[in-house]
Ligand binder design. Structure first.
Ligand code: GLN
Length: 280
């Protein structure tokens, strides 16, 4: 088994440009999934031979991964904020940098507060469901215009036992007259011609969740403008954006009269979330 996993790791490193550690980890994750065992079991059975049926299941998965399919789509799951989420190619794969958006929202809502929260473009539902768990007294609403994405989000809410109101809505379209204490969103923000869209995992992700016009700001521009009409006085808007978009997003927030405009860095030190408050 160790030989098989070692060979797979070398193939993964060569095909995907992974470093040796990442490649070994991926080989183990794929083997554990193919064989329906815990990764720790693999370590304990290092010297076992791999039965033919299991070898075939692993090879099938490995060849898809070698062709670039993201691990999360192959296994159908990804952790976010310590909870497991189902993911399909209908939704963006939850990313660690998006945990910053959740953490910031949590600083705005006291633990027992009966606040109204909105997640724009919920995808897998990872942000909304995490907020619902971390702030059980809050009423969490989540919108997406993709019915396929909402189906995934609803399954995640059921599996994780989270109380979230899901609505099919193109941004605020279905939210006429509704106001929230905190609005968060990880909208598409990559420029349509960005070469990054042709590399790695993103090639397999829904382009509607990634690309936003020639400069990547089309949706951020709309959301900053439209959120004003859906925040209570003193309410907060927090938006994830690209590493180089903070000045543009702060300028938009300023143009639209938000107060306390700030940008926060993600764990990699990149300016990743900007936000502001509606004046009281
Ligand atoms: N951070 C993602 C990427 O670089 C983009 C996510 C998004 O557009 N919301 O692939």
């Amino acid at each position: 088994m160790a030989d098989r996993l070692g060979a797979a790791a070398r193939q993964l490193a060569a095909a995907l440009g992974l470093d040796a550690r990442e490649a070994r980890l991926e080989a183990r994750v794929l083997a554990a999934f193919a064989w329906e065992v815990a990764p720790a079991w693999l370590l304990a059975h290092d010297t076992d031979a791999v039965p033919a049926v299991q070898a075939a299941a692993f090879d099938a998965l490995l060849s898809r991964r070698l062709a670039g399919e993201p691990v999360a789509y192959l296994t159908g799951r990804r952790e976010f904020f310590g909870r497991p989420f189902l993911v399909t190619p209908d939704v963006l794969i939850p990313r660690p940098e998006t945990e910053l958006l959740v953490e910031l929202a949590l600083t705005r809502i006291a633990p027992g507060q009966a606040a109204a929260l909105l997640d724009l473009g919920t995808g897998s539902g990872c942000i909304a469901i995490t907020l619902a768990h971390e702030r059980p007294n809050a009423r969490v609403t989540a919108v997406d215009r993709s019915a396929a994405a909402l189906a995934v989000a609803r399954r995640n809410a059921t599996l994780l036992d989270a109380d979230v109101e899901f609505l099919t809505s193109d941004w605020f379209a279905a939210l006429a007259g509704r106001r929230f204490d905190c609005i968060v969103g990880n909208p598409p923000y990559v420029a349509a011609a960005d070469p990054h869209l042709a590399r790695g995992d993103v090639r397999f992700e829904p382009v509607s969740a990634l690309a936003a016009g020639a400069d990547g700001l089309a949706d951020l521009r709309h959301l900053v403008a439209a959120a004003r009409g859906h925040l209570v006085p003193g309410g907060t808007l927090l938006l994830e954006h690209g590493y180089d978009q903070a000045p543009a997003v702060r300028a938009l927030l300023d143009t639209h009269g938000y107060a306390d405009i700030q940008t926060w860095p993600d764990l990699a030190g990149l300016p990743r979330v900007s936000g502001g408050r509606m004046s009281e």
